[in-house]
Design a protein. Structure first.
Length: 255
């Protein structure tokens, strides 16, 4: 008979899916979960992609610097032999301590990065993460959740994340580069951009764009340096920086 982890639970309805929200130690999450890769694993609910080793190293380094993730991890309990146990109003949840019992629907890279970090620093395992757990979803419902997370919810531009980390480490030389890349992306894709379609990003087919991303970034980066003109005039918001560049080009074209 399995032992249990007892957690305080918040049951919620997400559309027509019942879910449970609670905190869980990293070491318990790593033990309880597994990843089912779409096209590789045949089981019901397989929706994940193959892990990126580059991203794993980045997450591992991030965690080993003392950071943790505040956004929730999404798991689906699949163990038919050892079921989740609730009290009457579902405010307490007993989770069987059985390995590979919950499939990761969202957060596989973060969790794998945490696992790698835990191998180097055991104290990482005692940090808490927020978990949303469903119970024995089938493939169609699991796919709906995965698609919602990965298509309908637009990711935050990396430089906005760097804005916050910049408050911690204002000397990070990567901040202007990351912001410059975000601006280049807006120049390329924004329907209002006078530069739409001109940027050539790595991996694009021949003939797509005609100014290399590196050229754009190197041109914009000096504006974003601590002594650059944007900081001089306190234009630090991404949207305002983009608008200034758009307006500058429109003004040049009108002369």
């Amino acid at each position: 008979m399995a032992d249990y982890i007892k957690v305080q639970n918040l049951p919620i309805m997400m559309g027509n899916i019942t879910a449970n929200i609670f905190s869980l130690k990293v070491k318990d999450a790593v033990l309880l979960t597994y990843v089912a890769v779409r096209g590789k694993d045949k089981e019901s609910g397989a929706v994940q992609r193959v892990l990126s080793t580059v991203r794993l190293r980045s997450i591992e380094d991030f965690v080993l610097k003392g950071n943790i993730f505040y956004s929730p991890f999404f798991f689906n309990w699949t163990n038919e032999d050892n079921l989740l146990q609730f009290n009457n109003d579902k405010t307490e949840l007993n989770i069987p301590i059985v390995g590979a019992s919950a499939q990761v629907l969202d957060g596989q890279h973060r969790l794998a990065g945490l696992s790698r970090a835990m191998e180097k620093d055991a104290s990482v395992g005692d940090r808490n993460i927020i978990v949303i757990m469903t119970d024995r979803l089938k493939t169609d419902d699991a796919a709906k959740i995965f698609l919602n997370i990965n298509t309908e919810q637009r990711p935050v531009p990396p430089s906005l994340i760097y804005d916050l980390f910049g408050e911690i480490n204002k000397d990070d030389k990567n901040i202007p580069i990351v912001r410059a890349k975000d601006i280049a992306s807006e120049l390329q894709n924004n329907s209002l951009s006078p530069y739409k379609g001109i940027v050539k990003f790595p991996g694009q087919p021949r003939g797509a764009g005609f100014i290399d991303l590196s050229t754009i970034v190197n041109s914009i980066k000096p504006l974003l340096e601590p002594e650059g003109i944007f900081n001089k005039y306190k234009i630090t918001n991404l949207e305002n920086q983009i608008n200034v560049i758009f307006l500058f080009q429109c003004f040049k074209n009108s002369i």
